[in-house]
Design a protein around this ligand. Structure first.
Ligand code: SF4
Length: 276
């Protein structure tokens, strides 16, 4: 694959960061981003795609087929889908309330080989905005890396870098293309009930854009290096068990490697003090 064919999206930036931290398998990245293998969407992703389609009319870019709700044998909509119906009305009411106009859904932002697909580009009071729609079962979760507890999102304790990469990447892209800094909003809808819905505006410190540009360049360099030298397998029991490519993989592990811990007097004292 040549450099001009590479598409640097926020998901590849995140995947390569996880790969360098040993949290993602290189062979999975190669299958997905280099060979273009399609991973079938999970139930949760299907629900999210359907909801987004019902709100915006946009089809998922990686699988542009009209999403259908899950229908039970009884002919009724599955409960998870039924629960989202009031959220479609919540979405419409918020569009009206905030006077969101000039809505264009499912837009690809592309600057050279750096890309991202925005759920919605629109205007609020004449100002350009990017809106990303999220459906989540972790609406108020503060511990999970993908939890949406607002004060923990960009809080000092475990900031959710995986979630914050998207607004940074999309705002940066928009700025490069249109020479204007749009506002970025997450519109977050709970899949656990029909009322929890919140809107979070993500503000980006100006210096971060420069950091992001450097990160994109190092992602590109690392990607080219990995294409030349090969992606490395990073198997683990839980990764391999859930992997879509395990049937044809020679590196799948089923027996855990031995991990070690060291217990010392220092740790014992520390543990005792915490208990005080
Ligand atoms: S089965 Fe394991 S080693 Fe093989 S590609 Fe999947 S995660 Fe990687």
């Amino acid at each position: 694959m040549e450099e001009k064919q590479i598409r640097v999206s926020q998901s590849i930036i995140k995947a390569l960061a996880r790969y360098t931290e040993g949290k993602e398998c290189g062979l999975v990245i190669e299958h997905q981003y280099v060979k273009g293998a399609k991973i079938p969407p999970s139930e949760v992703q299907n629900l999210g795609n359907w909801f987004e389609y019902e709100c915006t009319g946009a089809l998922p870019p990686y699988d542009p087929v009209k999403p259908e709700p899950k229908i039970l044998k009884s002919g009724k909509m599955a409960v998870g889908y039924e629960r989202m119906l009031p959220h479609i009305e919540n979405y419409k009411a918020a569009i009206k309330h905030y006077n969101v106009t000039d809505i264009t859904p499912g837009i690809e932002l592309k600057y050279g080989n750096i890309a991202g697909t925005a759920d919605i580009i629109a205007k609020i009071n004449g100002k350009p905005v990017i809106i990303d729609i999220k459906t989540t079962g972790l609406f108020d979760d503060k511990w999970n890396d993908y939890g949406w507890r607002t004060d923990h999102l960009a809080g000092e304790f475990r900031p959710k870098i995986g979630l914050l990469t998207q607004p940074l990447h999309y705002k940066w892209l928009y700025k490069q293309i249109y020479k204007e800094d749009p506002d970025f909003y997450f519109w977050i809808f709970s899949t656990q009930n029909s009322h929890d819905f919140k809107i979070i505006k993500v503000n980006i410190e100006e210096e971060l854009y420069e950091v992001h540009a450097q990160e994109i360049q190092s992602t590109l360099n690392f990607l080219l290096h990995s294409l030349e030298n090969g992606f490395k397998a990073k198997p683990s029991i839980s990764r391999c068990a859930k992997c879509h490519f395990k049937e044809t993989c020679d590196f799948e592990v089923k027996i855990p490697e031995v991990e070690e811990v060291w217990y010392s007097t220092n740790i014992k004292d520390l543990g005792r003090n915490i208990g005080d």
